[in-house]
Design a protein around this ligand. Structure first.
Ligand SMILES: [Zn+2]
Length: 68
């Protein structure tokens, strides 16, 4: 009986889809480069920083709301 080498399949930690553990999956254990970045937090951190950094200088302008 020959025992064919079964490709080891792992789950992508980000989206949970099956990823073949081999040279055809350069981003293993992630399914794609995008999932890898999401898991690392670099992508999410960057998004949060841009969203939370709203400049308040434009709203409180002393020259615009001064006494007439
Ligand atoms: Zn994925």
């Amino acid at each position: 009986m020959d025992t064919p080498a079964k490709p080891r399949v792992v789950k992508c930690p980000t989206c949970g889809s099956g990823v073949e553990w081999g040279p055809q999956s350069p981003y293993r254990p992630f399914c794609s480069d995008r999932c890898r970045l999401i898991d690392l937090g670099a992508w999410a951190t960057d998004q949060y920083r841009v969203a939370g950094e709203t400049p308040l200088d434009n709203e409180s302008d002393p020259l615009a709301s001064g006494p007439h």
